[in-house]
Design a binder for this molecule. Structure first.
Ligand code: NCD
Length: 306
């Protein structure tokens, strides 16, 4: 039985197959509409979410399956002190697969160690968010036609943004990918990403503070929100929250075929005037998230696709 804790749990070849499957689902949804009839996904969300939880649920429903779960720690037995290990043992009796989001780094991993059903990490603290990365990879490959030979700007809260950490870990495995890390000094990527991921893989990267400086060179700009819930004090958050605002004027500095991605939710970091720019791909990204989660559920449940 396989779980998904990090994008590195799949080899590059396995990822290619998963993304191919997602693209086929996009083209032929009817072919997949009953492949999970009678199966259930449990969505165990100990932290707020809109897209991730709903997209897992939509993905299972699109495959003919059913969903059960909870959307906050307060509405589950965690409020009574139940451990994640006990919860997953119990949920294994009700469901065939589970997606778990938790504020503590490593909680889904702990669950996977005692689970008798596949566990998907749907975001653990400031650590990893592998299914957002699958979504990002599918979006990039579908709209750009490749995952290699890219210059990628990642902008915003690179310290606490788990989507950024997972995406960098996944992309260092492709040839000729360079990174421009755009953040204020206080929100730079953690040392382990710089040293154990970028430098260990001999990747070309630079760190800049000004977005304007990076824009002209990018094939792709990945914007992120400042992660308010992971700050120790509100004053620091307020000082940082509007550090970057991508607007029409800044988009003029960017190449005509640069894509703008964002895992969402957006706060102020992308002005709504950018939404109609053909380069804005963040709402398409949401749709790709459903296809890739369908492909992931089929893969982890080892459902035969003819
Ligand atoms: C992200 C997350 O939860 O890390 N959201 C998502 O799942 N699409 C990004 C964020 O919350 O900023």
């Amino acid at each position: 039985m396989r779980h998904l804790m990090s994008p590195l749990d799949f080899s590059v070849e396995e990822l290619d197959r998963l993304l191919d499957l997602a693209n086929d689902i996009e083209k032929n949804p009817d072919k997949y509409a009953h492949l999970c009839d009678g199966k259930r996904i449990a969505t165990l969300f100990y932290e707020p979410s809109t897209r991730t939880r709903l997209s897992f649920e939509a993905a299972m429903m699109n495959l003919g399956g059913k969903v059960l779960g909870f959307s906050s720690a307060n509405s589950s037995s965690a409020a009574k002190g139940e451990s994640v290990s006990d919860t997953i043992r119990m949920v294994s009796c009700y469901a065939d697969i589970c997606a778990m989001r938790h504020p503590k780094e490593g909680a889904p991993l702990v669950a996977s160690m005692v689970s008798s059903i596949p566990v998907i990490n749907a975001g653990d603290g400031g650590h990893q968010h592998p299914t957002q990365t699958l979504t990002d990879l599918l979006t990039i490959r579908s709209l750009k036609g490749r995952l290699d030979n890219l210059t990628i700007g990642l902008c915003g809260d690179l310290k606490f943004g788990r989507t950024v950490h997972s995406l960098i870990e996944a992309l260092v495995r492709y040839d000729n990918v360079s990174f421009v890390l755009i953040s204020p000094e206080e929100l730079r990527v953690p040392d382990y990403i710089r040293e154990d991921v970028l430098e260990a893989n001999h990747k070309n990267y630079r760190e800049v503070i000004r977005l304007e400086e990076a824009l002209p060179d990018l094939d792709l700009l990945y914007m992120t929100r400042v992660q308010r819930e992971r700050f120790f004090n509100e004053e620091d958050y307020i000082r940082m929250k509007d550090f970057y605002i991508l607007d029409k004027a800044k988009m003029e500095l960017a190449p005509e075929d640069m894509l703008v991605l964002h895992p969402l939710p957006r706060v102020n970091e992308i002005s709504t005037e950018v939404d109609n720019d053909p380069r804005a791909a963040y709402f398409k990204q949401v749709q790709y998230g459903v296809y890739v989660r369908m492909a992931l559920i089929l893969t982890l449940l080892e459902v035969k696709v003819c």
